[in-house]
Design a protein around this ligand. Structure first.
Ligand SMILES: *[C@@H]1O[C@H](CO)[C@@H](O)[C@H](O)[C@H]1NC(C)=O
Ligand SMILES: *[C@@H]1O[C@H](CO)[C@@H](O)[C@H](O)[C@H]1NC(C)=O
Length: 167
């Protein structure tokens, strides 16, 4: 059974490799989350945003068209078994983009999100109260101490948390 599946997978992979460009595996993000990502990027203060929902890849983000040299981004989508159009964001990282916005409450619209890291940006404001309801397992610390806040720290709070970072 498994061998059969693997065989089919190989055939499909080979076919997509050789007869179709580009050769990304399909992992189509659901439209609600495509929209949520765009709002999140706007809230973070990103001027540019281009996302490929079919491959789950950020093609353009940030305040400049060419990203800062040491910037880093990663986004992971995971699909429900047997349905490559039922994929959800599980991880989102945008580091060293000089983003000037605030922490986006809209993260709650990514219900499978577990890991988020917006380190080394210029985000300002409070930790959104709404995040407390999420299943976040780790959240980067933009002060660059390498410390992570865990979900039990994501309690509603009113004092501002400044996410300014050293130059
Ligand atoms: C796959 O997921 C999409 C998006 O959630 C849904 O519209 C579609 O009906 C699903 N297909 C199957 C075969 O379950
Ligand atoms: C950051 O937010 C605080 C509190 O809302 C505000 O007083 C301050 O001016 C903001 N700083 C920047 C650089 O936006």
């Amino acid at each position: 059974m498994l061998a059969g599946k693997l065989f089919v997978f190989l055939i499909v992979s080979l076919t997509s490799c050789c007869f179709r460009l580009p050769t990304f595996p399909e992992a189509k993000l659901v439209q609600e989350e495509v929209d949520a990502l765009e709002e999140i990027a706007r809230t973070l203060g990103s001027k540019y945003w281009k996302f490929n929902a079919d491959t789950c890849e950020i093609e353009m983000v940030g305040v400049t068209q060419v990203p800062p040299k040491n910037s880093a981004q990663r986004i992971d989508c995971e699909c429900n078994k047997g349905n490559n159009s039922d994929c959800h964001v599980t991880r989102m990282e945008l580091k060293r983009y000089n983003l000037p916005g605030v922490l986006p409450t809209q993260l709650v619209n990514l219900p499978r999100l577990q890991v988020v890291d917006f380190a080394y940006n210029y985000l300002n404001g409070t930790l959104p109260r709404e995040w407390a309801s999420m299943q976040l397992t780790s959240m980067g610390d933009s002060k660059g101490t390498g410390k992570y806040y865990h979900s039990h720290h994501l309690v509603p709070r009113s004092e501002p948390i400044f996410w300014h970072n050293p130059p």
